[in-house]
Structures are given as structure tokens and as C-alpha cells.
Design a protein around this ligand. Structure first.
Ligand code: ZN
Length: 315
């Protein structure tokens, strides 16, 4: 599980930062990549990575401002040329379907695959739940409806306690597999072995929370609590927090405090205003570090590896 930042700037592209797009690479887990926002020229950024557009199966849009969606029609169109016939699911606020359909219709674009739209209307809820992942969402506090997404990996069964089994005289073989799957076994000599006695504690799944543009809101902790990584905008620095508030954005220190309150494990700041160029971007990180030390400012094409957990003692 890896996060790759395709665009980390706010509003308009600058020389060092393209507009918003974040890829959650789930290649080892489900051989898919999920995109969060598709700012203009996201497909150009993808060309600089090893991301294959046909692997992108789900796109989550946080809100409908141009710097988060102007790259969507172009990306969808190009994906069609790269023998992608697997459908794409698009999740986002009401209006995303009309935007995409209108762009494709007026430009005479025909896709080789189907798009399945899921428009979000409620304040909080769940978008999907399967054997591998769950995705929850909640409304934030921006000038237009803006959402955050919480991706929760399913827990995995713990390690088989092989030494303990050997000591008990259980022969290695298919019986081990059954115990690992949670089944109790009976040996020919009549002895019963309970799976729960020979399998370690469940390994919890990872949690990644990706926020849209927003002030800090009452739904933030619902989305970010205990997350392994929180990706959040820091459009402004601490000294510009009044401007942040006025424009429904966040400042570095406000985000750091939220991550601390949420007991998050790591925080990545993105969506920086172009006023913080070069070393000034590091200033935002230093401000946040004083409150929440495990923080980093994202840069374009940066990747972050979300390491697997070992067992419940990590919690
Ligand atoms: Zn934005």
C-alpha cells in the first residue's frame, strides 16, 4: 500500500506543484489503484510514474472545484486508448455525473469502458465494503460540499503458532491450513485442537484518510481517528490562519492539532498555496512538527509507503 502524490498545489498549477491528485496504490493488495481528485494535467503527471491508467478502477472526488476535477475528462478519455475495458467507479458530490457526462458528450468522446457513478448526498456514510476494504466518507466545511474519505483495510487472521503445534504433536500438513482458517480440528487419536489456541491475534488493517479542501470541522475526528496516515490540505501557514478561515481552508498548525486529537500515526500536508515556494514549504512542516512531530509536507511525485501492521499490540 503506497500513496503517490501527483499534484500538491492549491488553486492553480505552479512550476513545482501541479493541482490536486493523489493515488492510493493497492497493487499488492488487490492489484488496483484508486485516485483521489483529478486536477488538470493529472494524466501528464501519471506519465512520470509507473502507474498504468487501466489499473485505476476507482476515482474519489472530494469536491467540484476546478483544481480538483479539470483533469478528469482528459484522463478518462486517454484511459480508453490504453485497452482499458474494466469499468471505472466514480464517487463524489452531486453534480459529478453531470459534469463528466456533459464533458464527454460535447467533446464527442466515446469510452471503451463503463463508468459507474456514485453521488454522495448524506453527511456521513459508507461507500463500499468488501472482503478487502471499506470506505467511509463525511462532509467537511468548505464553500461548496467537500468530503473526506477514510479507507479501512480488512483485518487479517493472525500467524499460525507452529512451534506450539509441533510441541502438541500435530503433524504439519493440511491441518495447519484449516487451523489458520479458523477451523477446529480433530486428530485420529480423538484429540481436538481449537483454532483460537493455535492462531495469534488478528492483524489489524491499515487506515488511510484523505481529506478534501476544508476548515477543521466536526466530522474530522470521525474520519481521521487512529488513522495510519492522514492526508490533509494545508493551504496556508500558521501566520495566515485568518486567511485560511476566510477561504474555508486550513493552516498548518490547525491540521497538526487535529491529527494529534485524532491519535493519527502520520500526517502528510498537501494542497499548498503557491505563496509558500521552495524553503517556505518546509516552514509549514516545522510549524506543524511542534504540535504533531510525525508530519511531512508532500511534494509532487513523492511516495509514502504505508507499512503493514504486525499484530494488535501495534494499536
Ligand atoms: Zn483546491
Amino acid at each position: 500500500m503506497e500513496i503517490e502524490f501527483l499534484g500538491t498545489g492549491a488553486g492553480a498549477p505552479s512550476k513545482s506543484r501541479n493541482v490536486s491528485a493523489t493515488a492510493l496504490k493497492l497493487l499488492d493488495e488487490i492489484n488496483e489503484i484508486w485516485l483521489f481528485d483529478v486536477g488538470e494535467a493529472t494524466q501528464h503527471q501519471i506519465l512520470k510514474t509507473n502507474i498504468k491508467p487501466r489499473k485505476i478502477t476507482k476515482i474519489f472526488i472530494t469536491h467540484l472545484h476546478g483544481d480538483h476535477i479539470f483533469g478528469l475528462p482528459g484522463f478518462l478519455s486517454s484511459r480508453s486508448f490504453q485497452n482499458g475495458d474494466a469499468p471505472v467507479e466514480i464517487y463524489g458530490p452531486v453534480g459529478i455525473k453531470e459534469y463528466v457526462k456533459t464533458s464527454l458528450r460535447i467533446s464527442g468522446t466515446h469510452l471503451s469502458y463503463r463508468i459507474i457513478f456514485h453521488e454522495i448526498e448524506n453527511e456521513r456514510g459508507q461507500l463500499l465494503s468488501n472482503d478487502h476494504f471499506q470506505v467511509k466518507y463525511a462532509l467537511l466545511d468548505h464553500r461548496i460540499p467537500s468530503y473526506g474519505y477514510r479507507v479501512i483495510e480488512a483485518k487479517k487472521p493472525g500467524e499460525l503458532l507452529v512451534d506450539k503445534l509441533m510441541q502438541a504433536g500435530v503433524p504439519s500438513g493440511p491441518l495447519y491450513g484449516q487451523l489458520k482458517k479458523g477451523k477446529n480440528i480433530v486428530l485420529p487419536d480423538g484429540r481436538t485442537f481449537l483454532s483460537s489456541d493455535y492462531v495469534g491475534p488478528d492483524i489489524p488493517g491499515r487506515i488511510v484518510t484523505i481529506f478534501g479542501d476544508t476548515r477543521i470541522s466536526k466530522n474530522h475526528l470521525f474520519l481521521a481517528h487512529n488513522a495510519d496516515v492522514v492526508v490533509h490540505e494545508s493551504t496556508f501557514a500558521h501566520q495566515d490562519r485568518d486567511i485560511a478561515h476566510k477561504y474555508y481552508h486550513s493552516a498548518s498548525t490547525q491540521v497538526a492539532k487535529m491529527a494529534k486529537d485524532a491519535h493519527a500515526k502520520y500526517l502528510i500536508l498537501t494542497h499548498l498555496s503557491a505563496r509558500y515556494l521552495g524553503k517556505n514549504a518546509l516552514m509549514l512542516q516545522k510549524q506543524a512538527e511542534k504540535i504533531f512531530p510525525k508530519v511531512q509536507v508532500a511534494s509532487d511525485l513523492m511516495t509514502y509507503n504505508v507499512l503493514p501492521k504486525k499484530d494488535l499490540s501495534d494499536e
